[in-house]
Each structure stands twice: as structure tokens, then as C-alpha cells.
Design a protein around this ligand. Structure first.
Ligand code: BES
Ligand code: ZN
Ligand code: ZN
Length: 484
């Protein structure tokens, strides 16, 4: 993570490689206090090379009269179109532009954003989210940014907000790192180690169940996914008790590689199936941030981690297994493995008498087909709970879209010989996958978030680089923050 400092010094006295100046579209150049040379320069550029539209950036060399070497002009769009999300976008565009330029010391002037009656925290959140790079596997020079100096006259008030933004962004980075890491280095055991690494925060308790423990708990559905792989499955339990209340249980799909098993996936694009643990990564990110921010909540994270591989002892299509709630499941497709692992985690969560359950999962290809990369598909059994998630989605820009769970979808999952089957056919695949989970949640308020379309980006967005997006972390953190 980039180091972030807040300083109350004048922009022109701040030695840095780049000073970021934000401007809206239309209106006057707001930087008179930077001296006549800078304001002349800006007046020449503004309305010509740089108009201040949203997503626009322009890098220019600074006049010698001031300490910053360069100026990065960043457009905020029209004042009337202002939104927190647009401010985040502008921040992300700025860092996305600077990401690989080899410029180390960045500073940002925040007075103008403050004068718009907004908080620079949104811009900084976008900036930090967009500054992410994944260079672990690249040899040679690292050309990322080192530090960001936030220039503000109100350092006191601002510092608290900024500290929170830093924790949230670093938790999103943490989740993205886990997802971007290839499956040979992100096995269930590695994922368990990542969870254990969070213990250093002091307030997280991590337990990891092995195959034997799972057998004892009768997790036949989850274990059926792990039969074809040599990698031992790990059921990761991570708890944060920031309050004496019944917990909110967060379940993350954690298939560290989904080959499809014997219902093998096509070769093309299979390399991306390392991201099938993005739900689990999001849950770890949420636990990390909640504990660092000392939220007054009780959270339990459950990650039923496994690989899904073909092999001599792999589960066959047609096999029937028993889940830990005693229901028998006929396996139609071994590629519908996520739901198999999730139902045993849902059943396990009941022992905590949770106030609610959220599962986050890259569950279906049908989710990307329906919504593309623009929204999480949301389904659940409690309209009020879903309303709260919708509000969190609006605040964070991690959009959700509700899909129905009509009882007729139950028919799709009827098996001729077992209690249910794990695949109801192509039609309605997004909703029937959720319907499969629905029965296991019982009467506990439960929401399912299908992030298959949003967890991985083929093309970067303003504050999300290509690859793992870390989606779900900010959404659920915002929900938790506003829980009563
Ligand atoms: N992990 C996949 C879903 C997925 C697909 C996530 C593409 C991200 C991108 C899931 O386990 C799966 O294979 N689903 C199948 C279900 C079907 C074969 C029963 C699907 O949706 O195609
Ligand atoms: Zn699958
Ligand atoms: Zn999968």
C-alpha cells in the first residue's frame, strides 16, 4: 500500500513529483493562491487542452517558481452532476494514469473539493483503489507510487476519515491479491494461511477444519467437490467479536480452482477460474477491515475452501451425496460445485444462531450473462435485509440487482431419485442456483450475492484495474457500519 500523510502546508511548498489539482467543467480556475505563474498556465490550458470533464486527466510540467515538479489536472465533470461515485471515479482516473509512470511522490490539493461541500475522502478512496498493482510475479524494477501527501487546512477532522479510507482500501487490495494469485500458490492451505495472517490484528480468531473434521460434521456435499484433487480441503472459520450480539455470518465461496471436475470446462478461459475464490477473499477483506476499524459487531466468516479437479477418485455426474442437514443431492454437473460447498457452510452456520447470513460467491456463468460486469445479482429471503444492502450498494457504487426466487424454481431442482439435484438446467441458471441455497438457509434472514460477473474485470474501470476487483468488501463493510 502507498504511504499516505496529511499535511497542512501550502501546495507550492510541497516537494513532490506530481501535484494533483482537481477542476470541474465550466466555471473559473480555482487556483489563484498557487501564484500568478501557475494560474496563468492553468488559464491557458483550461477550456482548451483540458476541459475538466469527468475521467479527463492532463499532466503538465510545473513552473519553476513552485516546489512540485509537475501538475496533474483531474476533471470532476459538471458541478450539477456531482456524486460521491463520480468523485471516486476521478480519484481512480488520477491514480490509474499515474500507476505505471514511475513517479514516486504524489501530493494532492484538497481545498477545491472541500469548497464543493464534499469530502475529499471519496476522491482519495478512488485514488487508493485505482493505484493497485499486482507485481508479485514480475521480475525487475518496481515502478509503483511510494507516497501520497494530502494537503489540507483541516487536518484534524480529515485524518479520521482518511484513516478509515486507508483501512478499507488496503482490505480491498488484500482481497485482490488473494484472487490474482494463481491457483498453484493459492491452494486451500495457502488461503488458510492468509486467514491466519490476519490474527496479527489481535482481535480475530481463526480455526481451520481438516477433512476429518468435515467428515465428522457430515459435510458430504462439500467433500464431494474435494474428491478429485490432491490438495486437502480446508474449512476456514474466522471470527471477530466486536460486540456481544448474535453474529452476522459471512460465507465466501472459496473454490481455489474450478476446472469443472469431470464435467470439465472448455479449455478457453479456464485459466480465469482461479478467481472462483473471490467470495472467500472478500470475506477475509471484510474481516480484516472490521477488526482494524473496531466495528461494534459480531462477525463469523466461513470459507469452505477446496479445488475442483477431475481425477481417478473424483465425483461423477450421477453420484448422490448427503449434505450435513441429511438431505441427499444428485449431482448432475460436477461443475455446479460452489453450491455444494456453500450448503454445508450454511448448515454449519446455524450453530451460531446468526442474526443473518450473507453468502458471496462467483456462483454462475449465467450471472455474467444476465448483468455483465455492472452489478452483483442479489437474491434472498428477507426484503428488509435486501433493502439495507441496496442502500449500501448505492453508497459504495458496488451495485446490486435483485433477482426473484419464485417458488416454482423449486420444481427445476427436483430429482427423480434424491431429495434434490444440483443443477436445474440452463434456463434460469442464475436463480435456480440461489434457490438451491435457499432451502438450506431456513428462516434465518439470508442474502446471496452472485459476484461471478463483477469479481474479475477484463477491462479496467476508473478505480478498478484489470483482474481481481475485490468486489463485495466495500459493500458489506458499508452495510456493517450502518447496522443497528
Ligand atoms: N465458478 C463457476 C461460475 C463462473 C463462471 C464464475 C464464469 C465466473 C465466471 C461455477 O462453479 C460454474 O461452473 N457454474 C456453471 C454451472 C453449471 C454447469 C451447472 C455455470 O454457470 O456455467
Ligand atoms: Zn463450476
Ligand atoms: Zn465454481
Amino acid at each position: 500500500m502507498i504511504k499516505v500523510h496529511v499535511k497542512n502546508i501550502r501546495e507550492i511548498d510541497c516537494p513532490c513529483d506530481v501535484l494533483i489539482l482537481t477542476m470541474t467543467e465550466g466555471g473559473r480556475v480555482p487556483y489563484e493562491r498557487l501564484g500568478s505563474q501557475v494560474s496563468h498556465l492553468l488559464k491557458r490550458i483550461y477550456g482548451r487542452e483540458f476541459k475538466g470533464t469527468l475521467d479527463e486527466v492532463l499532466l503538465v510540467h510545473a513552473p519553476e517558481s513552485i516546489k512540485p515538479e509537475r501538475l496533474l489536472l483531474v476533471g470532476l465533470g459538471k458541478k450539477k452532476d456531482y456524486s460521491h461515485e463520480n468523485l471516486r471515479r476521478a480519484g481512480g482516473r488520477a491514480s490509474g494514469f499515474l500507476r505505471d509512470k514511475g513517479l514516486k511522490k504524489i501530493a494532492i490539493s484538497t481545498e477545491y473539493i472541500s469548497s464543493l461541500k464534499s469530502s475529499p475522502a471519496y476522491f482519495l478512496e478512488g485514488f487508493l483503489l485505482g493505484a493497485y498493482t499486482f507485481k508479485k510475479y514480475r521480475s525487475g524494477r518496481q515502478d509503483g507510487m511510494d507516497s501520497l501527501t494530502v494537503l489540507s487546512q483541516n487536518t484534524r477532522r480529515f485524518k479520521k476519515e482518511l484513516d478509515q479510507v486507508k483501512v478499507v482500501a488496503s482490505s480491498v487490495w488484500f482481497a485482490r491479491d488473494l484472487v490474482n494469485t494463481p491457483a498453484n500458490d493459492m491452494t486451500p492451505s495457502n488461503l488458510a494461511d492468509a486467514a491466519r495472517s490476519l490474527r496479527k490484528n489481535g482481535s480475530l480468531v481463526v480455526k481451520v477444519f481438516d477433512k476429518k473434521d468435515m467428515q465428522k460434521s457430515g459435510m458430504g456435499a462439500y467433500l464431494s467437490v474435494a474428491k478429485g484433487t490432491k490438495e486437502p480441503p480446508k474449512f476456514i472459520i474466522i471470527e471477530y467479536k466486536g460486540a456481544k450480539k448474535s453474529p452476522l455470518v459471512l460465507i465466501g465461496k472459496s473454490v481455489t480452482f474450478d476446472s469443472g471436475g469431470l464435467s470439465l470446462k472448455p479449455a478457453e478461459g479456464m485459466e480465469k477460474m482461479k478467481y472462483d475464490m473471490a467470495g472467500g477473499a472478500a470475506v477475509l477483506g471484510i474481516m480484516k477491515a472490521s477488526s482494524e476499524l473496531k466495528f461494534p459487531v459480531h462477525l463469523v466468516g466461513l470459507l469452505p475452501a477446496t479445488e475442483n479437479m477431475p481425477g481417478g477418485s473424483a465425483t461423477r455426474p450421477g453420484d448422490i451425496v448427503k449434505a450435513s442437514n441429511e438431505k441427499t443431492i444428485e449431482i448432475i454437473s460436477t461443475d455446479a460445485e460452489g453450491r455444494m460447498a456453500l450448503v454445508d457452510a450454511i448448515t454449519y452456520s446455524r450453530r451460531y444462531r446468526p442474526q443473518a447470513i450473507i453468502d458471496i460467491a462467483t456462483l454462475t456463468g449465467a450471472c455474467s450473462i444476465a448483468l455483465g460486469g455492472e452489478a452483483i445479482a442479489m437474491m434472498g429471503n428477507d426484503p428488509k435485509f435486501m433493502d439495507n444492502i441496496r442502500k449500501a450498494a448505492e453508497r459504495t457504487g458496488e451495485r446490486v440487482w435483485e433477482m426473484p426466487l419464485f417458488k416454482e424454481y423449486g420444481e427445476y431442482l427436483k430429482s427423480d431419485i434424491a431429495d434434490i439435484k444440483n443443477y436445474g438446467g440452463k434456463n434460469g441458471a442464475l436463480v435456480t442456483s440461489a434457490y438451491f441455497l435457499y432451502d438450506f438457509a431456513g428462516t434465518t434472514p439470508w442474502v446471496h450475492l452472485d459476484i461471478a460477473g463483477t469479481a474479475w474485470l477484463e477491462k479496467e474501470k476508473p478505480y478498478i484495474p484489470k483482474g481481481a476487483s475485490g468486489i463485495g468488501v466495500r459493500l458489506v463493510l458499508d452495510l456493517i457500519k450502518n447496522l443497528k
